[in-house]
Design a protein around this ligand. Structure first.
Ligand code: NAD
Length: 495
């Protein structure tokens, strides 16, 4: 493993306090754009000690299913930040995403993607767009918990926690405060997903009260995304759960002008990873064609994160000036505003030559020291929790009437069948003939007496009874009252 000291001498002095950084050159255009980025970092005099780690295609093909060389963890954990070039994910089964593995292992809970228009130098329908998408990075459907409980049914668990929501939302408000942003908008689908997205929205409202100077609003994700694609200038910062954030941040980067220009930060309480949002563009590899701007702007975010805000400002302003002077790589070159079509290396040299200059038309960058990552306050209440029923999922290859007559004939001391559902629709005691049913039936049992507290033993004896009668149980969910509220979907007043 090579250690590269980027800056030995600054203004004639040897640097003592070099900041350790890990880098990975990745695949495809990765090595070229990393070389360009490191060149600019070096020319800027950023006091960095760089250690290279290996990820990506070569590592996958050596048999590491995560695409990560095991030595990476030690290096990255002892570095202040990790700058990662894009990698090529091999097609075919068994390979896991490098990004998801690194994010979850290192607890990088906040994904920060500034999506900024650089009109007229980069063509966009939305000049003036300047939106930062702050995406929760670990929870939601990205936990990757999936099952096939029956022959006909496939499922993925969408899981969110109070602490997970709190820290990303607090991060978004702290970010707004640090960068003097005026408004934080929350996107969820809480009209449908009342517990998971409902929690995110509720935590947004609660934490938002601590930031009275910042305007707050909430949009349902579908109409919110439509508005973002149509009129992005009405948004400032958007905070949203993982999957929505993944989708809207690509849309936002694209409509700002080019996915090739956007950098992304993955921030945790201890570590942080920075990368371009685009992929490894294998068809452009090795031709000195690729635009290094996405990775360079990710490196700027990295410099801000490690406290080198003057260097971040210096580099971003030189980059903006290069854009303004019409020195463009092929992907953003256009006859009207471009003056010179350059390759990756020439573009990097052009930026380095402009260090110390500011843009004259585009808004100059000015970074301030960021506050430490906000730590969640664990403010969830430790209130009472009572078991009142159970949803038992049964694989059954006939109609609901037969299933209900078998189940109602089986008597249990403390639990009784209340309803049967299929694909989220109640189908017993009442069902419309049009309702399509699968082989996976949700049989809801509730306690017989409201005054009777249920215990695990009650559920276990019911499961035993059903198993004795050849019921094919595929899944069990307990139904609780927490904080005096029924915490399961489809709760009724009779429960
Ligand atoms: P891509 O982003 O690599 O390429 C999409 C298009 O944009 C291509 O036409 C490409 O030529 C162009 N492009 C991308 N970056 C550019 C740049 N810096 N300069 C100039 N043009 C650029 O997306 P893809 O083709 O779907 O994916 C290629 C590989 O990258 C796949 O293996 C994919 O899994 C991987 N990928 C990796 C990451 C990552 O490491 N973070 C992210 C996305 C995709």
């Amino acid at each position: 493993m090579e250690i590269l000291v980027l800056t030995k001498k600054i203004n004639g002095h040897y640097m003592r306090d070099l900041i350790p950084i890990a880098i990975a050159k990745g695949d495809g255009i990765g090595p070229e754009i990393m070389e360009a980025t490191l060149f600019i970092l070096k020319e800027s005099g950023s006091p960095l000690e760089i250690q290279e780690v290996e990820i990506g295609e070569k590592v996958y093909l050596r048999g590491e299913l995560t695409g990560i060389d095991p030595s990476l963890w030690d290096v990255v954990r002892h570095s202040k930040a990790f700058l990662k070039a894009p990698i090529t994910t091999p097609t075919g089964g068994g390979f896991k995403s490098v990004n998801v593995a690194i994010r979850t292992a290192l607890g990088l809970y906040a994904n920060v993607r500034p999506c900024i228009a650089y009109a007229p130098y980069v063509q966009t329908k939305h000049p003036g767009m300047n939106v930062v998408i702050i995406r929760e990075n670990e929870e939601d459907l990205y936990m990757g918990i999936e099952y096939q409980p029956t022959r006909d049914t496939f499922e993925a668990l969408k899981m969110m926690t109070y602490n997970g929501c709190e820290r990303i939302i607090r991060y978004a408000f702290e970010y707004a405060r640090t960068y003097h942003r005026k408004k934080v908008t929350c996107f969820t689908k809480d009209n449908i997903l009342k517990f998971t997205d409902g929690l995110f929205h509720k935590v947004f409202d609660v934490i938002g009260m601590e930031y009275p100077e910042i305007e707050k609003e909430h949009w349902i994700i579908d109409i919110g995304s439509a508005k973002l694609a149509d009129t992005p200038t009405v948004f400032d910062i958007i905070v949203t759960p993982n999957l929505y954030g993944d989708i809207i941040s690509d849309i936002a980067a694209q409509i700002a002008g080019s996915v090739g220009l956007a950098g992304s930060a993955n921030i945790g309480t201890a570590g942080a990873m920075f990368e371009a949002i685009h992929g490894s563009a294998p068809r452009r590899a090795g031709q000195n064609l690729a635009n290094p701007s996405g990775l360079l702007l990710a490196a700027v975010q990295m410099l801000v994160h490690i406290g080198l805000v003057e260097k971040a400002t210096l580099i971003q302003n030189a980059w903006l000036r290069t854009l303004e002077e019409g020195i463009h790589t092929y992907d953003i070159f256009n006859e009207k505003t471009s003056k010179e079509k350059v390759g990756t290396r020439e573009f990097a040299r052009a930026v380095a030559n402009r260090l110390g200059k500011k843009p004259e038309i585009l808004l100059p960058a000015h970074y301030a020291k960021n506050k430490a990552s906000p730590v969640p306050k664990n403010s969830w209440s430790k209130s009472t929790k009572e078991l009142i029923g159970v949803d038992i999922f049964i694989e059954w290859n006939s109609v609901e009437k037969e299933l209900s007559s078998v189940l109602t004939a089986l008597s249990h001391t403390s639990l009784q069948l209340q309803s049967i559902g299929n694909r989220g629709v109640e189908v017993w005691p009442t069902k419309l003939p049009e309702t399509l049913c699968s082989d996976c039936w949700r049989c809801r049992y509730m306690r017989k007496e409201k005054s009777h507290s249920l215990h695990q033993d009650d559920v276990l004896s019911l499961l035993q009874l059903l198993t004795q009668h050849k019921m094919d149980i595929v899944q069990v969910h307990y139904l609780f009252i927490i904080d005096h509220q029924k915490k399961y979907s489809g709760a009724t007043n009779e429960d």
